[in-house]
Design a protein around this ligand. Structure first.
Ligand code: UD1
Ligand code: UDP
Length: 408
């Protein structure tokens, strides 16, 4: 078992999938005796995904090119399922690897499942317990668990969530999150390359080093409209009421870009930027005083760099950073965001407590662990060893092979 070379198709749709799967692709490709690796870009994101793939020198073998302006969820799902179906018929991988909780993740998983091809899910098991938040990501992630045969959980608590839902223990592997691999490799690339470091300094030379810098991103669907307006009002108050600079790379979603430029454009201490290349964003994360965001990936990265994070959501599926003291969930109410930001600006003890918390999301070796597990895994569909443990749960108590009660 596990000796033959495996055909693995990695599916990527958005910026965070590109960043988080880049180390996995690199690691699998370093083992040509074990893996034949293909990359399929769905291009749910066009510009932002390309930007991340370029940085990591990844050229997709297939490109479904599905992005349309203001695309709706059903359009993304239909485009991915139809496009991937063709790729799977032609390329016939043994495994399809998906990551996270986007619509690409779920739709690629279901396309593989329909073709009876095994799905391996990277960053499995994160849960808020609230199907409406984040929306639609909590559902995408749960649905992907149901159809996956291997679950790469980043933390012990993600593993516990999967066990609680009836996933067989032997199919869950705690690997850490490969976003930490990507981050550490990028930090090392900058610190080992003085020309690149100088280039980044000069790219952001307009930032005043005598002022504290706050890095901000926001793009969650559940915040569109009133939530985003409250967030913008908070940023305005923070920027005008303190001697700070606020740097905000703006997500190109028209539901974000429009209101953000309308409410914050032209306000001097606030710099609204285009989406940044990963290395530029990592540079700003290292340089900032703290981060205010609703991003998932940034919640995972910031503790590794010793940067406190204020999370502009009502709930997070990443409770580890909150428990470790590195992150605080502040919601989207203006007053709360402003008061927590001011606390970090003016209360040195509080700042130090948050910035010295441990990083719970990995040690930079997640991709190696994922490759090790994949190389040993059995992929034949009829194998009872890897039937998704979840089936038992869904089918109302009829035990699926390989899903005995003592394993849950
Ligand atoms: C998607 C994911 C979200 C993830 C986020 C990362 C879903 C449902 N949502 O949200 O989980 O956190 O990506 O950023 O899968 N656009 C561009 N260029 C780009 C990307 C987007 O112009 O490179 C614009 C387009 O008008 C597009 C819109 O943004 O229609 C929304 O993109 P979409 O992928 O639907 O959702 P995101 O909000 O980016
Ligand atoms: N990021 C980037 N450029 C930017 C903003 C963010 O490269 O201008 C990176 C960030 O470091 C993290 C990822 O993009 O690795 C997060 O993506 P996003 O916030 O779009 O999605 P989420 O993580 O919320 O799904």
């Amino acid at each position: 078992m596990g000796a033959s070379k495996k055909r693995v198709l990695i599916v990527i749709g958005t910026r965070p999938e590109a960043i988080k799967l880049a180390p996995v692709i690199q690691t699998l490709r370093e083992r040509p005796g074990s893996f034949d690796v293909g990359v399929c870009a769905t291009s749910q994101h066009r510009r932002m995904m390309d930007q991340a793939l370029d940085f990591f020198n990844i050229v997709p073998d297939f490109d479904l090119d599905i992005m349309r302006d203001r695309q709706e969820l059903h359009e993304i799902a239909c485009g991915v399922i139809a496009g991937l179906h063709e790729v799977l018929r032609v390329w016939r991988p043994d495994w399809v690897v998906v990551q996270g909780d986007t619509t690409t993740t779920f739709a690629a998983g279901i396309a593989a499942f329909y073709e009876r091809i095994r799905v391996a899910h990277v960053e499995a098991g994160l849960r808020t317990g609230n199907i409406d938040a984040p929306w639609p990501e909590e559902a995408n992630r749960r649905l992907t668990s149901v159809i996956s045969s291997l679950h790469f959980a980043p933390t012990a608590s993600a593993r516990a969530n999967l066990l609680q839902e009836g996933i067989a223990e032997r199919n869950i592997h705690v690997t850490g999150n490969p976003v930490i691999d990507a981050l550490l490799r990028t930090v090392a690339a900058v610190s080992g390359n003085s020309a690149l470091a100088r280039q980044l300094d000069s790219r952001f030379s307009y930032l005043d080093r005598n002022r504290k810098m706050i890095l901000v991103t926001a793009h969650r669907r559940e915040s569109f409209g009133a939530g985003l307006e409250r967030i913008c009002r908070a940023l305005r108050e923070i920027a005008l009421g303190n001697s700070v600079e606020v740097v905000c790379p703006v997500h190109p979603n028209p539901n974000v870009e429009g209101p953000v430029h309308e409410l914050l454009g032209g306000l001097h201490p606030i710099h609204l930027l285009e989406p940044l290349q990963y290395v530029e964003f990592v540079y700003l994360m290292e340089r900032c005083h703290f981060i205010i965001t609703d991003s998932g990936g940034i919640q995972e990265e910031a503790p590794s760099l010793g940067k406190p994070v204020l999370v502009m959501r009502d709930v997070t599926e990443r409770p580890e950073a909150v428990a470790a003291g590195a992150a605080r969930v502040v919601g989207t109410q203006t007053e709360k965001i402003v008061s927590e930001a001011c606390r970090l600006l003016h209360d040195r003890t509080e700042y130090q407590k948050m910035s010295q918390s441990p990083n719970p999301y990995g040690d930079g070796e997640a991709a190696r662990r994922i490759a090790d597990v994949l190389s040993a895994a059995e992929e034949r569909w009829e194998s009872s060893e890897l039937l998704p443990g979840k089936m038992h749960h869904l089918l109302g108590g009829f035990p699926a092979p390989g899903c005995a009660a003592h394993e849950r």
